[in-house]
Design a protein. Structure first.
Length: 99
């Protein structure tokens, strides 16, 4: 467990550093899983006050994607304490996978 915790903290640090570094967010439009409405990723990240954690995932049934979502939820209080105000999880799956 200590190794997993250390890895998660490194991931947290990496995510915060990426957010602070001002890396370019791609200008792409995604579909919101719950409604199918288009979402401009760049606007979704830059128009929100505070820091946004963006997790670029794989597909819904991928075990790693499931773990990314679980880790984001588990560490949400710690992420908030470091200034993250919201998280966006991007999953490359058809809308039917969200049902």
């Amino acid at each position: 467990f200590d190794g997993a915790l250390a890895m998660s903290r490194r991931c947290l640090a990496a995510c915060l550093l990426v957010g602070a570094s001002g890396l370019a967010i791609p200008a792409i439009t995604l579909k919101r899983a719950s409604t199918g409405d288009p979402v401009d990723l760049r606007a979704a990240v830059t128009d929100c006050p505070g820091r946004t954690l963006v997790v670029y995932g794989t597909y819904a049934a991928d075990f790693n994607m499931i773990e990314y979502a679980q880790q984001a939820r588990h560490y949400w209080p710690e992420l908030q304490s470091h200034g993250v105000s919201r998280a966006l999880l991007i999953v490359n799956s058809p809308a039917s996978a969200a049902a």
